[in-house]
Design a protein around this ligand. Sequence first.
Ligand SMILES: *Cc1c(COP(=O)(O)O)cnc(C)c1O
Length: 862
Amino acid sequence: MKAIRKFTVRAVLPEALAALEELAGNLRWSWHEPTRQLFEHIAPELWREIGTDPVALLGAVDPGRLSDLAGDADYVARVHAIRGDLRNYLEKPRWYQGLTGEKPAAIAYFSPEFGIAAALPQYSGGLGILAGDHLKSASDLGVPLVGVGLFYRAGYFSQAISPDGWQMESYPLLDPDGLPLSVLRRADGSAVQVSLALPDDRTLHARVWQAKVGRIRLLLLDTDIPQNPDDLRLVTDRLYGGGGEHRLLQELLLGIGGARAVKLWSTLSGHPEPEVFHTNEGHAGFLGFERISSLIGEGLSFQEALQVARAGTVFTTHTPVGAGIDRFERGLVRRYFETDLLPGVAVDDLLALGAESYEGGSPDVFNMAIMGLRLGQHANGVSTLHGEVSRRMFSGLWPGFDAAEVPIGSITNGVHAPSWTDPALMALAQNRLGTSDTSTANWRSPEVSDQDLWSVRGQMRLQFVEDARRRLTNAWRDQNPGGLPPAWIGRVFDPNVLTIGFARRVPTYKRLTLMLHDPERLRALLLNPDRPIQIVIAGKSHPADEEGKRLIQKIVQFAADPELRTRIAFLPDYNIAMAQLMYPGTDVWLNNPLRPLEACGTSGMKAALNGALNLSILDGWWPEYYDGKNGWAIPSADAAGDAAERDRLEAEALYDLIEHQVAPTFYERNSDDVPERWVGNIRHTLATLSPELSADRMVRQYVERLYRPAGHYEGLMSKHNYRAARELAAWKGKVVSKWPAVAVTHVESGGVSAVPQVGDELHLRAHVQLNGLLPSDVTVEVVYGKSLGGDELRDTESQALLPAAAPDLADMVEAAAGGAPNLFTGTVELDRAGAFGYTVRVVPRNALLISPAEMGLVAIAT
Ligand SMILES: *Cc1c(COP(=O)(O)O)cnc(C)c1O
């Protein structure tokens, strides 16, 4: 009965328990164990059955039970105490409120997906979970963020596995009334609607759902409303479902509709309008277009509006994998903007922002990542390595500059510790160390014995094994209705065996099947009589990715072997709820992507917070944090002849590590049957990694390195009726038009001995043709460093050369007008031995540029 439309009837709570509604309506319960326990207490069986979900629980529980509890004075008191705690949490000043100095009053955070709790399935994988964790930490830190996304009627998809191992997708519809959401309304009770003009005189309407994520409001736009014709109701049908036009519609809604929704929400709620706009990956980038259009409405030109929008926009790029970047047909995008969608903006100006106008780019494509970089003055990758990779990958936008100068920084992802740390480990910290904050607890303290740690790890492993069996039993029942599950399912996994986890989406670069490279060797590791291992695998393949589905099938077929099936299993329908038990329950978290395609990876971080050790290729976050004690590094065979050879070498290294290092350490026990060395590594991991991997660290860095600067520049541009933006736009226009004839015509050098030595001074005199620009419009500088031969310099430094005489302004203007070359001079002290190289260049100079490379203009001495 696929067409059945469901709706949820919310329970009417007894007066004494009315506070439960408030607690269920704020997703803070998803990271607040005492609140969860309150709901669990109502009906423990039901709580487990429906999955952690307070709204669903209140809808399903027997009203008689609720009246009983309303008469239980202890319970009622607990409910009120916890509601008091929530209100405190929402109102009291937190970290952000204590920051002194200039800081944005509001920040809008846009993302195509948000993974907050299994009960609100609006995510596909790491990008969404990261967005959820970002909101939660922003809430804990008091950062005034508002989240913006879409509400997908069917979320991503539910995964089942057919008997022959093939992924089957289903799209059960969610009922928003059964979720912790409410419609955004005006004071008169009418629902707020956002509308977008479409081609052929059509209009797309969306209502706005709001979720409370602690202190943070999350706005989700939904097109499934009667005001839309049937085809447009489906715009928000599912996450990453369609291609081409469907995806474009979603992204127009997210960016443009989202920016409009935030504005309406600010007005209605009295919150300040955001000064900073953060786009999590390029999908939401159209928000910059909406801002430009609305600034043009205030009387600015396109270029002036662009300066303001850029100054306040932060763009985070999340992947070096081409398939992760949206590229639309340019003609299609044109059709959507040749409408009334964005009043006052010329279509060609907009299209230019997404043009791949660099070597190797396609003229027929509109590229969302490129647009993101042009619209966001502040940009970052998500690990140190990914920052480097991104600077190289996008260096075509800044021709003439070294990759190191490309203005893309990095902030390494983090994970929200209270959401991802098992309650058992938190309880251990609470009981022995006096704090449930596991990321700051002193794990080196002797108050926590090896025995304590090992026993909690065992408890978490057992809890996971039981969950895995339950999931496999349910999956078997779904495939064999009415049948009796076979006994072996009850023996899947052994709670005492070294457990390795591998769960993530299944794009090719993550190499799900690398472990199958030598099936006999893997079999021997699994069945080793003295030191066996067991492996749990999970992950969804994108529905259109047949190759990914084949990889899943290979794993499932391998694991079907009667001899192996209790040692290796694929768990269908990977999601937050499964992950929350899997990370704490595994001893080792495996990650074997093709370096450097994993931008960061966060599942290994979540495992580490629970004391699992990582076994990983040095990709994403791992090269930053691997220290020889917190896990193992699988060497990358970068130099291998071809992909197959590389897989072979890396798989063999993986088997060797497991056989000779991981398993022996795990099974080396002292007289109390505790693996002392292993527990030492767990302790070390908890003590050193927990604070570093926490999303609090990440969000603080976003505030300090990106949000505050973005707010600052946005403020500079906006004040006095956008004076600085107007001046900057005019100045950039002048510089761009004059630049083609700006040149370093001649460089004279002297001062260095015949045989150069440390301490010598290199005197430089550079003759520069400014073509009408003023010396103050440019920086003439010498860039020097270690010469690597060819055109490459390493460890470069730069030093400005100064106008030779200090001519008065009249002279300068005259020289500029007459086109006479300007003389710039300076001295570099040779303070390092070795091969030295230098070059002289001219770059634009303006206090409102955050990097000399920002405009992509440079004139280099030839
Ligand atoms: C953390 C997480 C991911 C992302 O894992 P990666 O290691 O970044 O690939 C995906 N899905 C779920 C359910 C997660 O919790």
